[in-house]
Design a protein around this ligand. Sequence first.
Ligand code: 13P
Ligand code: SF4
Length: 328
Amino acid sequence: MSTLFEELSRVKTFEYTEEDVREFEALHDEIRALKKERNAIIVAHNYYRPEILKIADFVGDSLELALMASKVKDSDVIDFCGVHFMAETAKIVNPSRTVLLPNLLAGCQLADSAPAEDLKARIEELRKDYPDLAVVSYVNTTAAVKALSDIICTSANAPKVVRSLPNKNILFVPDRNLANFVAQQVPEKNIIPWEGFCYVHQQITPQEIQRIREADPEIEILVHPECRPDVARLANAVLSTSGMVKYAKERSASRFLVVTECGLSDRLAMEVPEKQFLKGCKLCTFMKVTTLEDVRDSLRYMRYEIEVPEEIRLPAERALRRMFEVTA
Ligand code: 13P
Ligand code: SF4
């Protein structure tokens, strides 16, 4: 079995010294003791810092994390190592648990690009032309936006969710690139995109991907659907973050270009050392802002607790549960 230092040495985003790793191990011990004292579970998104993934009880993509959070029964506290909308989603589907976000700076620029008030106005305007309009919101939205939505989707199930609706006209919020991907997969629907995008995925250009493919024609290219359509077009597969992990483990190929936030190629480098993962990636500052000290302090001081007012939580929960039904 590899030591923590050997595992973290495979990570390319950060360079860890032996002393860093000794500090991580000491913090891991403190976190384990606090977890027991608080009866807490730690869940983490795939993009989080590797030293945090190593202490998490569960690591996954947005869909897996939402489903997991909805099932937590034996722990009083869900310490959510993700971004704000993910912790909010956990509270929406499991309101009797205490949900903590260790660092309040962990927001999401894409979620912030669709304010609930603007969405409300847009729905009213569009319903004049499209009386059957359904609102499908990506999970990367605030609770208030979810409350205005008919159903939620994630990068793992967006085409399936849209296909499940009887409505022809769909307002898809907030990611225009994911909307474009859905429109291609479900051509029988009229997809009206919200003009939002993720600043991390938007920075990735087809030229940089093409250059790597030309130098290495055998490489398999995995692209997240938040990427631009001209980047998605170059992919062997367009997948959610956990979809990429599964694909890379199952395929016989030995080299992959991982086109998303850099945390994903770091997770793969640690978990699948026999294969090579090239980084066609950018960093998300929101996903990287939380440190292992923040995680320790979240359990030590029980901060920062996520609350969702009941009048927003209930309609948001209905939209999320509709997604769970379609996904099951
Ligand atoms: P996944 O659900 O695919 O993990 O994506 C979450 C996200 O924020 C991508 O930027
Ligand atoms: Fe939000 Fe983009 Fe960061 Fe994902 S990568 S959390 S969509 S800003």
